[in-house]
Design a protein around this ligand. Structure first.
Ligand SMILES: [Zn+2]
Length: 173
């Protein structure tokens, strides 16, 4: 299940971003759901990502914060829900993008945590992950770079590619 917590203004910002990722996405009573009367034909990966989160038995909550991140509910490596903290205006400086992309990136982490393909230690690697060679595998997977094929998750660059208008690919994490 995917929920939004915050002011009506923030809920509106989240709804706006989710509609970019998947035009069928709606927020009703702070729960994300889908308008089956609309088409996600041009946004298959965005819809896949949101559908996984909405249909999972794990709780993911989107809240407002100054630094976007995804915090696991149970940070001990098991499959877990999470809190997605989203700064509306935060985009990577090396690849500016529509405001929705940062939220999509963090929701990708939430999906990883639900599916148990990444633990908290991987999300917060010691020393950070700013240089190309120290990037952790899941960060490569999120941005979808370097031909990493070990995870079938939705990547940030897939969301950028199917965005209308198309957003340039992010070269690195
Ligand atoms: Zn957008």
């Amino acid at each position: 299940m995917l929920h939004v917590d915050g002011s009506p203004e923030f809920v509106g910002q989240v709804r706006g971003a989710l509609e970019h990722i998947d035009p069928t996405a709606m927020v009703m009573d702070r729960a994300v759901c889908f308008d089956t009367g609309r088409s996600f034909e041009r946004h298959p990966r965005g819809h896949e990502l949101l559908r996984r989160l909405v249909e999972s038995g794990y709780r993911v909550v989107i809240i407002r914060g100054t630094s976007s991140r995804c915090e696991p509910t149970y940070p001990n490596g098991m499959r877990t829900g999470s809190t997605v903290v989203w700064n509306f205006g935060q985009v990577p400086t090396n690849a500016p993008a529509c405001f929705c992309i940062g939220l999509g990136h963090e929701l990708g982490h939430a999906d990883q945590l639900i599916r148990g393909v990444v633990g908290a230690a991987d999300l917060y690697p010691a020393g950070g992950g700013s240089s190309g060679f120290s990037m952790r595998l899941e960060m490569l997977n999120i941005t979808g770079r370097y031909g990493v094929e070990t995870w079938d998750g939705v990547t940030e660059n897939q969301l950028r590619d199917e965005h209308v208008p198309r957003q340039a690919a992010r070269p690195s994490y």
